[in-house]
Design a protein around this ligand. Structure first.
Ligand code: UD1
Ligand code: MG
Length: 499
């Protein structure tokens, strides 16, 4: 690959995206975790070609997106009104300095730096005024058709095509390189199109041919230059990109179950021997270790997963780091920069937020841990939750090494459970528990021996007299008071008591 000298790029990103039929500019839509506009810019960055981006529709958002995702030399100009691609390129004229100007459209995300480098090479070898990329397609709908006569070219946009021209399958891809001198002398000569009133950049091709200046049509493969004007085309290019990544990771030893159902983003990495289940989504800055298992329909976003870790189906791991040999799910949710050590088990219906958990700890069923620091070898019983929010701020819970939290505990933060201590099942813990203690925070059980038989007799009596609903309940209350002398109420169905 050559490193292009004397070349700078102009990327058009001002269009209204009207065929997308969305409020948001099409250039801000994501394709495998990278916005559309960033694809051509990253290809330029790889070649170290400086770029001027033409902004217009949602200029501030598009500019912010670009600035947040590149440190490359990118400048911006504003096309105040979207009068067509010719007008858009003209807007950037004050920035033209190099001998050659490369023009790319922001809606061509599958373009590669290899393709651009090839075009530049062709151009530098041919020494022509213009070199532009063409390709053949089965269905040319939406594209400008390339018409060639005796080595001279003209591009006719679909709206200007005669019925015969519509059948032409050779298309303009919107990727061009031109001598700056040619552009400077001719861009001002472009006129409004008679059908749409837009100023078409493509008309420069015919202009160069009419002036007997050399024009080279550089053939490229269609998939690299697919234009995205509709949501259907967005879906098509994302399918291509996604397949490219899946095939790559397959070649690195990753097994994908029902590969066509899996979503994977551009920056994701996966270690060899890992298994990715049906419908899994691997998103953003996610890195999965070796020999991992990601169960069906799990979503992992911006997270790091250590080797040999198993994420059972339907789990959602977001912005978190998991160690090695960890077991998660099914139906677990981790988020908010949680950090999980090695050999930790987080079971079904457990939510972990902004929490760190030390090695060999377990929280296996139906729990919530938010804003907590959990030590090593800690066991958290089923149904335990921390009350981290007091309505104003989030408070911390600390559970030290080797502590044992009984089932169905309510830990009211801020609270610390000391090293090696126990809390009894069903406890509400609102005071610190010193190391090595047992904390019991629940009401005492009452026992009424022989009471069950009496109660059952009452129930049978009520049933026999045909009392139902409220009547039965009133009757039961009345008779049970007399029968037992106990000053309270016994309800038939839920067998609750009021002392
Ligand atoms: C354009 C080409 C067509 C080619 C196709 C390849 C023209 C006139 N037509 O058609 O020959 O086959 O690309 O994909 O060039 N833009 C601006 N300002 C504007 C208008 C558009 O910056 O006033 C930007 C858009 O944001 C987009 C790019 O230019 O990134 C191309 O515009 P678009 O409307 O998509 O052109 P196509 O109809 O696809
Ligand atoms: Mg387009």
């Amino acid at each position: 690959m050559i490193t292009p000298h004397n070349t700078q790029a102009v990327v058009l990103a001002a269009g209204k995206s009207s065929r997308f039929k969305t409020k948001k500019s099409k250039l801000l839509f994501s394709i495998c975790g990278r916005t559309m506009v960033m694809y051509p810019l990253k290809a330029l960055e790889a070649l170290n070609i400086p770029a001027t981006v033409v902004l217009g529709h949602q200029a501030a958002q598009v500019q912010e997106e670009i600035q947040n995702h590149t440190k490359h030399d990118v400048q911006f100009v504003i096309q105040a009104e979207q009068k067509g691609t010719g007008d858009a390129v003209a807007t950037s004229q004050a920035h033209w300095k190099e001998e050659n100007i490369l023009i790319l459209y922001g809606d061509t995300p599958l373009i590669t730096s290899a393709l651009i480098a090839d075009l530049i090479k062709t151009h530098q070898t041919s020494k022509t005024a213009i070199s532009f990329c063409t390709t053949f397609v089965m269905d040319a709908t939406g594209y400008g058709r390339v018409i060639e006569h005796d080595g001279k070219f003209e591009i006719v946009e679909e709206k200007n095509c005669t019925p015969e021209q519509r059948h032409i399958t050779r298309i303009n891809t919107g990727v061009y390189i031109m001598k700056r001198s040619f552009l400077e002398q001719n861009i001002g000569k472009l006129t409004k199109n008679s059908v749409t009133g837009e100023v078409y950049f493509v008309d420069l091709i015919k202009m160069a041919c009419d002036q007997n200046l050399g024009v080279v049509a550089h053939p490229v493969a269609y998939d690299y230059v697919r234009g995205v004007n509709t949501l259907q085309e967005l879906w098509e290019v994302e399918q291509i990109k996604r397949s490219e990544f899946i095939k790559h990771w397959m070649s690195e030893g990753v097994r994908f179950e029902l590969a066509q159902s899996i979503h994977i983003d551009i920056d994701v990495t996966i270690g060899s021997g890992s298994f990715i289940g049906t419908g899994a989504h691997l998103m953003g800055d996610t890195h999965i270790g070796e020999e991992c298992f990601v169960g069906a329909f799990s979503i992992i976003e911006n997270s790091k997963i250590g080797n040999n870790t198993c994420i059972q189906p339907h789990s959602f791991v977001q912005d978190s780091t998991l160690g090695e040999d960890v077991q998660i799910g099914p139906f677990a949710r981790l988020r908010g920069n949680s950090v999980i050590g090695n050999d930790v088990q987080i079971g079904n219906f457990v939510e972990i937020k902004a929490t760190s958990i030390g090695d060999h700890s377990r929280t296996k069923h139906l729990s919530y841990l938010g804003d907590a620091t959990v030590g090593k070898n800690v066991n958290i019983g089923a149904g335990t939750i921390v009350c981290n929010y007091d309505g104003v701020k989030k408070n911390q819970t600390i559970i030290e090494d080797n502590a044992f939290i009984g089932s169905n505990n309510t830990l009211i933060a801020p609270v610390t459970i000391g090293k090696g201590s126990y809390t009894a099942g069903g406890s509400t813990i609102n005071e610190n528990v010193p190391a090595g203690s047992l904390a019991i925070g629940r009401s005492r059980q009452q026992l009424k021996e022989g009471y069950a038989e009496k109660m059952r007799a009452e129930l049978v009596k009520n049933h026999a007299c045909g009392c139902t609903g409220e009547d039965a309940e009133k009757k039961t209350v009345a008779t049970s008071e007399t029968a037992t002398g106990f000053k309270g109420a016994v309800k038939t169905n839920n067998i609750s008591e009021q002392a």
